[in-house]
Every structure is written in structure tokens, then in C-alpha cells.
Write a protein of this length. Structure first.
Ligand SMILES: Cc1cc2nc3c(=O)[nH]c(=O)nc-3n(C[C@H](O)[C@H](O)[C@H](O)COP(=O)(O)OP(=O)(O)OC[C@H]3O[C@@H](n4cnc5c(N)ncnc54)[C@H](O)[C@@H]3O)c2cc1C
Length: 436
């Protein structure tokens, strides 16, 4: 039975929404429409790291070649840690096996994930303003700022950390300021000395006291997409922050002040950011964002009373935002997408509440744990310990504590735990076996 014939509205076309659109194609949900508020699909930031647990899913969608065309190709390790001042290497985290992590410009990842989604399902300029249940036609009526209205049986809120769908479900909680501002930009390899360019061909953390710089070797030479993505995590009081949107621009000098006296490569990074910022339209400015996260909530969904097949559910940052210190926000949205689409398509009965409850029972323990451990990882990365930047920091231990994230096969979990709810689920393979 399942919900394959239901009209599904996705609200939000960020990496979470677009990844669900792919999951729907993969699982065979045909009746979906995606509504994004922006006039076009776009992503800002400084590149993103997509790890093994999510890459197995994207590869199963058939996106491997397209993604690898614009992503890094097997950097020598997962992450290298260096002393902020001397630049000395503390140690490194090795990769977690194949497929290894891929670093890619956010806009390129969005392009790749849009490639297979039919244009007819993608709607831009659609800012959600209201959701109402229409008792006469037994469907949700979704209103947009441009005055248009759409109908759906199931609504999936992929509208990010400030989700309007989440507010509609009655969660009046406020996101928590993490204590850090993030500065984001790019450096061209050609703006670096050969020594620094070589050092930054891998993911590197310069670990300072309550601050760190993370660099990602995004893209590759072949497709002319190779650049260094730079994210500076800097402890700053929120009082200094004036932008309501949490995202604004700041002079490169603001970041430079935080890292005065840091290692020579860090100074080259600052100079590279400056050169790039000067060339761009924002003359000397880079992105600055207050880093927020929400506490986990008890329930991600609501079903329409008296209607077994209609309901609203959250996915991605709207449901399970996390600090980025294990590179998992997008990866969790990708995992959640394939889990939800598979459950909706293959559910044996017709009770949506049961299907949503099963979905949440699979996903929430994992995303709650990722949220908790990512906050802990942030303290380790920014040396939030009394001794500051002590050398007794053990990357191997960090690798151990992340293995459970990377070596996870979400569909295997769904099929194993869903054996009672899916016809033939015991015969299905998880993603990792299917690709061996
Ligand atoms: C500094 C930093 C680094 C990160 N690095 C990584 C990383 O390396 N790896 C990783 O996996 N994750 C990373 N993340 C996390 C990742 O960016 C997010 O988890 C991910 O983008 C969430 O996707 P989303 O689609 O749920 O939300 P968003 O990306 O916020 O997308 C929400 C979409 O909904 C739209 N929208 C909002 N409101 C409405 C409305 N009312 N109507 C219609 N549309 C609406 C928005 O325009 C947007 O397009 C990082 C995050 C940060 C801050």
C-alpha cells in the first residue's frame, strides 16, 4: 500500500530538500512538488564535506560521477590537526574507507543534486506563509507570499533552522547561540606559496584556544574547481552581533585580528581571503555568521486528526540541526531523506502516523547523538580546555569516536528494523552491500 500515490509538498530547496527530491525518485514516490522561497536555487558558504555515510546514498542515486567531477579526489587523510602558532602537526585522522569523504562547493553539490530532479517539480519564488487543513477537500492548503496556493496530502518541512513549518507544528523554542561566529570564504591555490598550497591540499584544522580555522580542499584541477574553502570558528560575544539574519558580511580584518600571531600558513590564508574578497563584488568582505543550534525536540511530525494518510513532518535542519564540527548537517539530511522516502513508499499499511513514528524511531536516536557529539567535537577542535592548546590531543581517539557515524548504512537499518512493516524487506540490501 504505502503513500506512493499521495501528493507530497517539500517546503525548502536547500541541500536537505533537494536531497529528498532525489530520495523520492530513488524510492519511487512520483507525486512530489518542491517549493523554495528564493528566486533561484543557490547556496552560499565555503564548501561542504560529504562523508562516507552520505556518499553511499548519493552514489546509489547515480550521482557519483557528477559529484566527483566537481569534488576533491581522495585527499591523503580525513583531517589533519596543526598547532595554531607553530603550524606543527599534532596528528591526523585517516579516512573511514570507501567511498571516502568529498569536499565540494555548496553550489556545485546543489547543482549535482538538481541534475536528475524533473524541472516540473521545482518551484522557486515560493515563500511559505501559511498551512491550513481544508476539511471540505480533505487536503492541506499551502499559501505562499506571492499569493498562490498549493494543495498536498503530506508536507515535509525542509526549510532550515528557522523553519516556518516547525513553528506551524507549535515549537516556539529559540535556537541557542553556540558562542562562536563563523567567517567563511575561499582562497585560490595560485594565491598561496607552494609550501602553503601543498599543506592545504587536505582538510586541516589549525587548533587555537577557543578558536580554530578549518580548511577544506574543495573541487579539483581537472574541472577547474580547486580552491581552499576556509571556515574560521571564532569565540565572540553575541552582543557584538547586529545582524538579525545571523548572516552578514565582515571585513577580512575582523578574522585577521583573531589569528594575529598564528602560523605562517594561516597568515597566507588571510592574505588569500583578502585577495579573493577584493576581486569579488563585496570588496574586502567575507561571510560572517552567528553559529546557532537547536536542542532536539521530542516529535518531528503531526498527523491530521481523523485522516490516516495526511500529515506534516520535518526533515534536515528544521528537525535536527547540529553544530558543524563533525561535518554532518547535510549528511544527516541526506540519510533522513532516503529513510523517509523509502518508508513512505514501502509501508504496508495506510496509517501515516505509524509510518512517521517508525521513521522517527530510526532517525532520532542517531541525529540526537550526532547533535550531542558534534557539540563536544567543537570543544575539542577549538581547544576549549583550561590548558588551551595542549599537545595531549589525540586525533586517533577522535577517529574512534566518529566511526559509528561514518560506517552506518541507513537503508540496512530501515530494512532490518522495518521487517514487520515492509513486504519483502528481508530480501532487500542496504546501500553498502549493494555497492560492494
Ligand atoms: C559553517 C558550517 C559548516 C558546515 N559544514 C558542513 C559539512 O561539512 N558537512 C555537512 O554535512 N554539513 C555541514 N553543515 C551543515 C549544513 O550546512 C546544514 O545542515 C544543511 O545545509 C541543512 O540543509 P537544510 O536543507 O535542512 O536547510 P537549509 O540549508 O537552511 O535550507 C533551507 C531552505 O529552505 C528555504 N526556506 C526557508 N524558509 C522558507 C519558507 N518559508 N518557504 C520556502 N522556502 C523556505 C531556504 O531558502 C533554504 O533554501 C555546515 C553548517 C555550517 C553553518
Amino acid at each position: 500500500m504505502g503513500f506512493g500515490n499521495k501528493r507530497i509538498a517539500l517546503i525548502g530547496g536547500g541541500l536537505g530538500g533537494i536531497s529528498f527530491a532525489n530520495a523520492a525518485l530513488y524510492a519511487g514516490l512520483e507525486n512530489i512538488q518542491l517549493y523554495e522561497q528564493a528566486p533561484e536555487f543557490t547556496e552560499v558558504g565555503a564548501g561542504v564535506n560529504i562523508t562516507k555515510n552520505a556518499n553511499v546514498i548519493l552514489d546509489a542515486y547515480g550521482l557519483k560521477d557528477a559529484m566527483r567531477w566537481k569534488s576533491s579526489h581522495e585527499p591523503p587523510c580525513y583531517m589533519e590537526y596543526r598547532n595554531f602558532k607553530t603550524g606543527e602537526v599534532f596528528g591526523q585522522i585517516d579516512e573511514f574507507g570507501n567511498p571516502s569523504s568529498r569536499q565540494i562547493h555548496r553550489a556545485h553539490l546543489l547543482e549535482v543534486m538538481k541534475e536528475r530532479v524533473p524541472q516540473s517539480t521545482l518551484n522557486t519564488g515560493k515563500r511559505l506563509t501559511g498551512i491550513e487543513w481544508d476539511a471540505a477537500s480533505k487536503e492541506y492548503s499551502i499559501s505562499f507570499q506571492d499569493g498562490t496556493v498549493a494543495a498536498a496530502d503530506i508536507i515535509i518541512g525542509c526549510d532550515g533552522i528557522k523553519s516556518a513549518v516547525r513553528a506551524h507544528l507549535g515549537f516556539a523554542d529559540h535556537p541557542n547561540y553556540s558562542g562562536q561566529m563563523i567567517y567563511r570564504g575561499y582562497v585560490e591555490y595560485s594565491d598561496l606559496s607552494p609550501v602553503a598550497a601543498k599543506e592545504l591540499r587536505k582538510t586541516v584544522v589549525y587548533r587555537g584556544k577557543q578558536r580554530h580555522i578549518l580548511t577544506l580542499p574543495i573541487g579539483n584541477e581537472e574541472s577547474k574547481t580547486a580552491r581552499v574553502g576556509v571556515i574560521g570558528f571564532m569565540t565572540e560575544p553575541l552582543e557584538d552581533w547586529v545582524s538579525e539574519s545571523w548572516m552578514a558580511k565582515a571585513p577580512v580584518d575582523k578574522l585577521a585580528e583573531h589569528v594575529e600571531g598564528w602560523a605562517p600558513t594561516v597568515q597566507e590564508i588571510i592574505e588569500g581571503l583578502r585577495l579573493n574578497a577584493e576581486r569579488g563584488p563585496d570588496k574586502g568582505l567575507i561571510l560572517k555568521q552567528a553559529l546557532y543550534v537547536r536542542d532536539p525536540i521530542p516529535k518531528w511530525y503531526q498527523v491530521q486528526k481523523g485522516e490516516v494518510g495526511s500529515g506534516i513532518i520535518l526533515l534536515g535542519d528544521s528537525a535536527h540541526s547540529t553544530l558543524p564540527h563533525q561535518g554532518q548537517g547535510t549528511c544527516m539530511a541526506i540519510e533522513s531523506g532516503v529513510a523517509l522516502a523509502t518508508i513512505l513508499k514501502n509501508w504496508e499499511g495506510d496509517n501515516l502516523e505509524d509510518a512517521f513514528a517508525f521513521y522517527q524511531s530510526i532517525r532520532k536516536p542517531r541525529t540526537d547523538k550526532v547533535t550531542k557529539t558534534s557539540a563536544e567535537a567543537g570543544k575539542l577542535a577549538s581547544a576549549d580546555v583550561p590548558e588551551g592548546t595542549s599537545q595531549d590531543f589525540n586525533p586517533e581517539a577522535l577517529r574512534e569516536r566518529m566511526k559509528w557515524i561514518m560506517n552506518y548504512d541507513v537503508l540496512k537499518d530501515v530494512y532490518e528494523k522495518g521487517a514487520d512493516f515492509f513486504e519483502g524487506s528481508e530480501k532487500r540490501e542496504g546501500l553498502i552491500q549493494a555497492q560492494l
